[in-house]
Each structure stands twice: as C-alpha cells, then as structure tokens.
Design a protein around this ligand. Structure first.
Ligand code: GGG
Length: 352
C-alpha cells in the first residue's frame, strides 16, 4: 500500500522541522512494513511569494488534490505584509478549499516535559476547532478616511458549519474516558453569533444523552485551562476561540514547539492536512534549535488518520522517551539541537 503525501515546509522553522517529521513518517512505515509513503515536496510559502507574487503555484490546489494527505510546516514571514497575505494565500486557502472543517488540537501532560502549571494533574484534552468559517471571514472592509475611517469584519456562523463541528466533538467524546464536551462561548458579549452557537450546541447535545455537556464563556474557560485543565475532555470552539485556546493548551504543556494539529476533511473527499500549531518563529529560524516535536506529533496524527494506530502510538512513545531522557531543545530548557532530538526519536522508534 502506497500513500501519496504532499509536503509543504513553508517558512522559517517550518523548513527545519518538516524534514524531521518526514523522516518519522518514513521510519514508521519501515517499522510497520505493510505500507509506504511517496512524498512530493512543494516550495510554496513566503519566499515563493516574493519571487512570484503568489503563495502557491496557480495549479497548486489541483496538485495537492492528488495526495492523500498534506504535511505542512509553518507559514509567515515579517517581510510579507500585511500578515494575512501569507495565511490566506496558503494555509487558509487549503483549509477552506479542501473543506478541512475540523481542526483537532490535543494538549496533554507529556512525559519528560515540565508543565508551567503548579499542579498539572495529568490533564489530557482535545480542542475541536471549527476550521472553515466563524471569525476567519473575508467579508467586511475598511471604509471612509481620516478620523472617520472604520473597519467592519463580519463573522459568519452557519447552522450546518457549527453543527458538524459539534457533532464531531460529541462523537470524539464517545471514544474518550471522560465522555464530556465543553462548548466555548461568549454569548454575554457577542449578541448574534454566540447565542446562535449556543442554541445549535443545545440541539446537538440533545442527541447525545450519554455525553456530559456544558457551555463556558471563553474567558472563564481560558482560566480553567490553567487552574483545572484535568476537568476538560473535549472542547468545541469557533475558529478564533479554538486558535487562541490551543496556544494556551500548548503553553500549559510546556512549549508551543510541541503542540500538533490535524485539519480534517471527515468525508475524505479531499486531502487532510497535518501541521504543528506553531508558526514560522522568525526569531529562532536558521539557528538549528527549533523543537521538532510538534511536527513529529503531527506525523503521529497523520498515521492515526490513515489507520496505523500501532506505529502512531509507538512514535509518540518514542517522542516521550526522548523527552524523558532530557534530549530537549532550548524552549524546553535543554541544549539539544533540532537534529539531535530528531535522531534520538528515530533511534528509539526503530528499537520498538
Ligand atoms: N503551522 C502552521 C502555521 O504556521 N500556523 C501559524 C498560524 O498563525 N496559524 C493560524 C491558524 O492556525 O489559524
């Protein structure tokens, strides 16, 4: 069995950590023995934009559609302004174009990583982020000028879009020990979209009587993630709330460098995309010290998506064994370089 994977290293540290993730996927395939990967790498990103005026080739989406999954590094460069040009020209273009309407972002206490929380209490949660609409909307504009200048940004919440993300969250909760879903809201401050989101949540929850559910305002939920993260299991959130909450999830794990994500098209009509939560980190790019764990954990999620749960589990175990052995990059307080962490994980994976 051969799986075609499109690789987009992108920008900054994306270029440094993606080879490590690709090596992990190849090593997992070797260990399993029953499948292979065929990787095609695309040079798209901000440098490509500087040369061509586009973030990806004109036929980029058609080329990506030929693959089963996309493995992305990071997107963004300070020289490419305004900031949204890079995200909307590549990352968000792919998410929306391929109907990757679920963004799965786990956060858990990792073996070998010291959480900044005083009592992390072995938390293990997953954020299901609605990934195709909400606050990430191209609708709006900047009007008038001078002191009268105004910006209008329309958030778009459809019933079908909200409902499918919530159903995904409830189905996921059925597979997990706590069997609970929390919905992130802000219906006391946002008067149209959030009460609507809450109503759809209540309707969906009614068809899952076996799953505990509650809605929590995003501000309180952010505090709970710090004070009692072990009480959270599956969290369903709108696009922006989910994005912010998962950076917090990464922070309570110990570093944004270790957090993974999967942009899923559940119907599998289009390729799904796997990427670390972190961005291109221009402050450390080119120094060889980027943490490859977020990219390797994203590789683990790709393996799970393809159904190879045994090697996926072995990969995450190899990562945690490595962290526990103290082979960690500076963001986790160590002095190991990207390549050292990568080699150490691969050696442990191969010995499984
Ligand atoms: N790993 C992909 C990446 O560069 N993400 C940075 C980012 O800003 N993402 C925004 C988002 O996930 O909406």
């Amino acid at each position: 069995m051969k799986h075609a994977i499109a690789v987009i290293p992108g920008d900054g540290i994306g270029k440094e950590v993606t080879p490590c993730g690709v090596a992990a996927l190849a090593a997992a395939a070797e260990l399993h023995g029953g499948f292979q990967f065929e990787f095609t790498t695309y040079p798209w990103g901000c440098e490509y934009y500087q040369q061509t005026g586009e973030m990806m080739a004109p036929d980029g989406m058609e080329r990506l559609a030929d693959s089963e999954a996309i493995f992305l590094g990071a997107v963004g460069m300070p020289a490419v302004v305004p900031d949204h040009v890079s995200l909307w020209g590549l990352l968000i273009k792919i998410r929306r174009g391929f109907q990757q309407y679920i963004n799965l972002r786990p956060a858990k206490q990792m073996r070998g990583v010291k959480s900044p929380l005083r009592e992390p209490r072995n938390f293990d949660l997953v954020v299901v982020r609605e990934n195709s609409e909400g606050e990430y909307s191209p609708i709006g504009g900047v009007m008038q000028s001078g002191n009268d200048e105004i910006a209008v940004q329309n958030a778009v919440f459809t019933k079908s879009g909200s409902e499918r993300a919530m159903r995904f969250a409830f189905e996921l909760a059925r597979t997990r020990p706590q069997k609970s879903v929390v919905s992130a809201t802000k219906s006391n401050g946002i008067v149209h979209s959030m009460p609507f989101w809450d109503r759809v949540f209540r309707e969906v929850a009614a068809s899952y009587p076996d799953i505990a559910h509650r809605q929590v305002h995003i501000d309180a939920l952010s505090a709970f993630m710090v004070t009692r993260p072990e009480t959270l299991d599956v969290v369903v959130a709108s696009n922006l709330f989910g994005d912010i909450l998962t950076d917090l999830g990464a922070a309570i794990m110990g570093s944004i460098g270790i957090a993974p994500s999967a942009n899923i098209n559940p119907e599998r009509k289009f390729p799904s995309m796997f990427e670390p939560v972190h961005g291109s980190a221009p402050d450390i790019a080119g120094r060889g010290i980027a943490n490859p764990v977020g990219q390797m954990w994203s590789a683990k999620m790709l393996l799970d998506f393809l159904g190879y749960h045994d090697v996926a589990g072995a990969l995450l175990e190899a990562v945690e064994d490595t962290l526990e052995a103290g082979i960690v990059t500076p963001d986790l307080g160590g002095s190991a370089r990207t390549e050292e962490v990568c080699d150490a994980v691969l050696a442990r994976l191969r010995s499984k």
